[in-house]
Design a protein around this ligand. Structure first.
Ligand code: GLN
Length: 305
């Protein structure tokens, strides 16, 4: 597999020039547009890494997968689905439109921003600090990485400029969907998006998700099996936002992207994959990362369909 990656890597990486790094969060402008890295872990624990695999980047929307799992653990499915829908939106990640036009006043799914902000509200804790503390501890548990911390510059940059997310949070409060103070809640949401990871951290999460919450290396059940299948289903229908259908057809596995350039992708019962490539397509997904996954899927028959 490594030989194949080295063969296709240069062509994938060249695609970066066709995209752009996210600049609506000013601190993300500093990312190097041509970076590309990948880590693949198989169920025996063997790791293949290539390119900028150990570069740290902010997890951004991929954090929604982790907060979703913790919110399910904290609330159970009945309560969770009373506040969050089960459908794709087909809109960009930060779209607000369906909140007003859908018949039910609740976010369509937990992976668009309105849903993710609601999910963060559902994490247990008496204060926002306590909620975030529990969330980052959960991140450490499922990545097995005790060193995880936030990138303060990216956090403050989004906190200062994230007006659209502020609009979404205030709208959710007005609809009675969230309980917390919107700005305090956004502090946790922006912090979770600013957690720094490498492709290996993403690959570890993907490996767990692809094995129904069981860490195949330690043999320990880390996450509830049912919550993992809910999470994989959500990733399939909306993990890549309005690029999810294309991802399902071309790559054929669940995936979750972030505007920091990361993609997390489980190949069920085979691999956990983490990719980093900060040059994004118009839908906010890593342009070179998607190509890399597409070629790997073709060659190694990843598709579940
Ligand atoms: N923090 C970003 C936001 O809420 C995450 C978006 C993303 O990665 N798609 O706008």
């Amino acid at each position: 597999m490594k030989a194949f990656i080295s063969e296709i890597f240069k062509d994938c990486s060249a695609l970066s020039s066709k995209g752009q790094v996210a600049d609506y969060i000013p601190a993300l402008k500093n990312s190097s547009i041509d970076n590309l890295g990948i880590t693949i872990i198989d169920t025996s624990g063997e790791i293949i890494s290539y390119g900028h695999h150990d570069k740290k980047f902010t997890i951004q929307s991929i954090s929604k997968v982790v907060s979703l799992l913790l919110a399910l653990e904290d609330n159970g499915t009945e309560k969770f689905f009373s506040r969050i829908g089960k459908e794709a939106s087909g809109d960009p990640f930060n779209s607000i439109i369906k909140l007003e036009t859908s018949t039910e006043s609740k976010p369509l799914n937990p992976l668009i921003n309105s849903g993710a902000i609601t999910v963060t509200d559902m994490i247990h804790g008496n204060t926002v600090e306590e909620k975030f503390e529990r969330l980052i501890e959960y991140f450490k548990l499922i990545t097995g990485n005790e060193e995880l911390k936030i990138n303060e510059e990216v956090f403050l940059s989004e906190k200062e400029t994230g007006n659209r997310n502020k609009a979404i949070a205030f709208f959710l409060k007005e609809l009675g969907v969230i309980d917390s103070d919107p700005l305090k809640l956004l502090d946790i949401y922006f912090k979770q998006c600013s957690i720094e990871v490498t492709t290996k951290d993403l690959a570890k999460i993907a490996l767990l998700l692809g094995n129904r919450g069981l860490d195949p290396i330690s043999g320990k059940q880390i996450v509830n099996k049912k919550y993992c299948s809910i999470c994989n289903a959500y990733m399939t229908i909306c993990g890549m936002y309005d690029g999810s259908g294309e991802f399902a057809i071309n790559i054929g596995i669940p995936g979750k992207s972030g505007v920091g350039g990361g993609i997390l992708a489980p190949v069920p019962e085979r691999y956990g994959i983490g990719v980093y490539g900060p040059s994004l397509n118009k839908k906010g997904n890593s342009i070179a990362g998607i190509k890399l996954l597409e070629l790997l899927s073709e060659e190694f028959d990843f598709s579940m369909y």
